[in-house]
Design a protein around this ligand. Structure first.
Ligand code: SF4
Length: 332
């Protein structure tokens, strides 16, 4: 159906958008494991938060599980890009599972920071979303019983999401306190929480470099620039994708009507009524094929010219885990 509107909206495409280096690497790890060892390959949690990607890997023989006790002893398991707690790694070892780690290296960087802060005797505050697997994995770097000898297991790790959480937070020693953040937060929201932390705990120790990853920052910056010129923004991403949700919020915070769609079938013709410019972007876990399908559907609904915006050119590539590449070589 072509929408009946006096205006023919143009489409603008944000850049960069879609897959980041961590998502690329995680998908390749599952594909290589399937190729080298054959199906089934178990994957703990959705390897990346995108339904299309997960369905494709499932069709190739990946089995997605939430807990390791769902896997037969001796199987091969892949940890998702979001990372896992120390307890999950220990459980995989104890059950004799062969584990390959698709944790994004930028999430691993935060895990290492947490370990260092803890070894320095600090209590740690994590800024992140409760229940998100990355938060569970990062908080799980300091679980009781998993600490090594150098660590003080009485040191707590706290989770805050908002400045209000900071207002209610009580710590044991405000002078030995540090914070880290989830990698996919809204930069503006994170800044508000960090400012609240610094105001309440002036001696709080910041991470060495920004924990919000390059891909999250670049995609949010690109949507901010694009949204200024649009009256509708469509973000391609699955509902459980944190960074996709943040992109929709970034557009909304610019005062623009914004929706997130898993694929083109979710587009509603009425969204285009009286619109002049439709901005399109995609979260870091959403493949470009879905973006192209959304554009095709928007054109079917009456949108016209497609303009690709210029943006930061990303050249980040992460290496595959050594134990997978050496296993791959052995099986040749
Ligand atoms: S969004 Fe950032 S942290 Fe997450 S997988 Fe991509 S690069 Fe890694």
């Amino acid at each position: 159906m072509t929408i009946n509107t006096n205006l023919t909206p143009n489409i603008v495409l944000a850049n960069p958008r879609g897959f980041c280096a961590g998502v690329d690497r995680a998908i390749i790890i599952v594909e290589q494991a399937l190729e080298k060892f054959g199906a089934p390959i178990y994957v703990r949690h959705e390897v990346v938060h995108n339904k299309f990607v997960v369905d494709e890997l499932r069709a190739k023989g990946a089995i997605f599980i939430e807990e390791l006790d769902e896997i037969p002893t001796g199987s091969t398991v892949i940890f998702s890009a979001h990372g896992v707690s120390k307890a999950v790694r220990a459980e995989a070892d104890a059950r004799g599972l062969t584990a390959y780690d698709a944790t994004c290296p930028l999430v691993t960087k935060v895990h290492i920071e947490v370990e260092k802060m803890r070894k320095a005797g600090m209590e740690i505050i994590m800024i992140g979303h409760k229940g998100h697997p990355e938060v569970e994995g990062t908080m799980g770097q300091v679980e009781a019983g998993q600490a090594d000898e150098a660590e003080d297991t009485s040191l707590a790790m706290y989770l805050v999401e908002t400045p209000e959480d900071v207002a209610h937070l009580q710590v044991k020693n405000a002078d030995k306190l540090a914070y880290v953040t989830q990698t996919t937060l809204s930069m503006d929201d994170a800044t508000a929480v960090i400012n609240a932390l610094k105001a309440k705990f002036p001696n709080i120790h910041a991470p060495k470099s920004d924990d919000i990853c390059y891909a999250t920052q670049n995609r949010q910056d690109a949507v901010k620039i694009m949204a200024k010129d649009c009256d509708l923004v469509i973000i391609v991403g699955s509902p459980n994708s944190s960074n996709s949700n943040r992109l929709r919020e970034v557009a909304e915070n610019q005062g623009v009507e914004a929706y997130m769609v898993d694929n083109a079938s979710y587009l509603k013709p009425e969204w285009l009524v009286s619109k002049k410019k439709v901005g399109v972007s995609a979260g870091a876990s959403a493949p470009e094929v879905l973006v192209q399908e959304v554009i095709a559907k928007l054109q079917k609904l009456g949108a016209d010219h497609v303009q690709e915006l210029h943006g930061v050119v990303e050249s980040v590539v992460f290496q595959l885990p050594k134990n997978l590449t050496s296993a791959a070589k052995r099986s040749l």
